[in-house]
Write a protein that binds this ligand. Sequence first.
Ligand SMILES: *[C@@H]1O[C@H](CO)[C@@H](O)[C@H](O)[C@H]1NC(C)=O
Ligand SMILES: *[C@@H]1O[C@H](CO)[C@@H](O)[C@H](O)[C@H]1NC(C)=O
Ligand SMILES: *[C@@H]1O[C@H](CO)[C@@H](O)[C@H](O)[C@H]1NC(C)=O
Length: 488
Amino acid sequence: MSPLMTLLTFTILSFLLNDVAVISSAGVSAADSAVHGEKETLRLSKLEWNYHRISNNHPSLLSLETRTERGAIILEMQHRDNLLKPIRDWNQRLQKHLIDDDIRVRSIQSRIRKRVTGKSQVVSEAEIPITSGVKLQTLNYVVTVNLGGENMTLIADTGSDLTWVQCQPCKSCYDQREPLFNPSVSQSYQSVPCGSSSCNSLQFATGNYGICGTNPPTCQYVVNYGDGSYTRGELARDSLLLGNTPVKDFVFGCGRNNRGLFGGVSGLMGLGRSDLSLVSQTSGTFGGQFSYCLPVTHAQASGSLTLGGDTSVYRNSTPITYTNMVQNPQLSTFYLLNLTGTTIGGVALQSPAFGQGNILIDSGTVITRLPPSIYSAVKAEFLKQFTGYPQAPRFSILDTCFNLSGYDEVNIPTMTMNFEGNAELSVDVQGIFYFVKTDGSQVCLALASLMYEDEIGIIGNYQQKNNRIIYNTAGSTLGFAKETCSFN
Ligand SMILES: *[C@@H]1O[C@H](CO)[C@@H](O)[C@H](O)[C@H]1NC(C)=O
Ligand SMILES: *[C@@H]1O[C@H](CO)[C@@H](O)[C@H](O)[C@H]1NC(C)=O
Ligand SMILES: *[C@@H]1O[C@H](CO)[C@@H](O)[C@H](O)[C@H]1NC(C)=O
């Protein structure tokens, strides 16, 4: 088997809102959903706000299985339900989730402005509604890898680059489920010297220079996520095991001072495009190619993260369509795309903001943010086609809301996003509405407007669900196909 053919699939688990209550919406499987012309049916009566039961059968966090499929090494991961607390107030949680998402987007915009203008415009702490200190809950897809012999469950984030884990001895660490990474028990752990090329790569990857530690002169890193969350520690190398595939001398952050709850996971996997990202560091093995299928957020739903470029292991139900990544030197760590059009219920919208090459795709942002001119066109067409339903007050960033509590099912207009080269992302019927209230009395169009026309748009994970999203960094292409996500 050629190294380039090596594939690796992880189960991606969606733990909505950092906890384990889930929307069960089995009613919208392919067999169940009726397509009425340009609309699809969402069965509201089948939406249930479930809780995972605490199970005694899974005393440990993870019970992993590995399998191989057509050259793919597939790593399965179970849900972390047994160790997570049930959600008591769903409505409050749903609403907080949106506020956190807004903080993430502001932090991305601030990083972009810093790159473009060279000036730092840090999100002011005063603007941040600090509640429980729980941050980055919006990064809700996790995978497990093995680092230096220890299993580590990490958030998969295409919007950042440095992979890091919480590390012993820890000055300040948030609570996590797995034991902290312990460098002293790893035979292969090495700290990265300051002044080395990896240390110098930090500036572009994280926005902060590596700092020289003293005696020995190690490379100290800082990553600020702009929402008050951060990780600080020592840049290190160790053996990473992705399924059965070893990656020697993988560069990562050994985080000794970390803030933000990060959902109880052990750290973060950076899937961005800079030299330090996992994608770049493993390009010799996986050819700089990976893909994922993000599951809908109901019980037992899982998806997969696949490293490698063999498309035959996907279970896509429509052909893959590809678009080119937009080349922008200042934003080259992000996956930037050229959105050329959008349809609502099959009706193509017009906007001067199409074709500007200024929207990025991110696995960590929830709600898609569109330039105001595109958003207003989407909203107007949606309201034209989705008529006769009582409106409800706006919530946070979502301004188009309905009271659907009196309905068992609704027919909602389909949505596609079109990209240069005739690529099309077809938004799943469950990616159109966000439930602010579980009883359906406040259900909102799950899209939001950017503040300004010249800000960078973001395609969030809510609209990526049940699609195979294929990233080819070597060929600078991105592919889309419909797929009902599952691991098994
Ligand atoms: C680590 O993951 C492997 C599967 O990749 C599993 O077999 C093993 O039991 C896990 N180890 C621990 C300590 O959980
Ligand atoms: C985006 O695609 C359109 C249509 O193919 C093209 O005319 C335009 O130049 C592209 N814009 C960028 C920034 O690549
Ligand atoms: C929503 O609609 C239901 C049924 O039509 C109605 O009983 C209820 O009062 C409405 N709720 C709100 C918050 O308007």
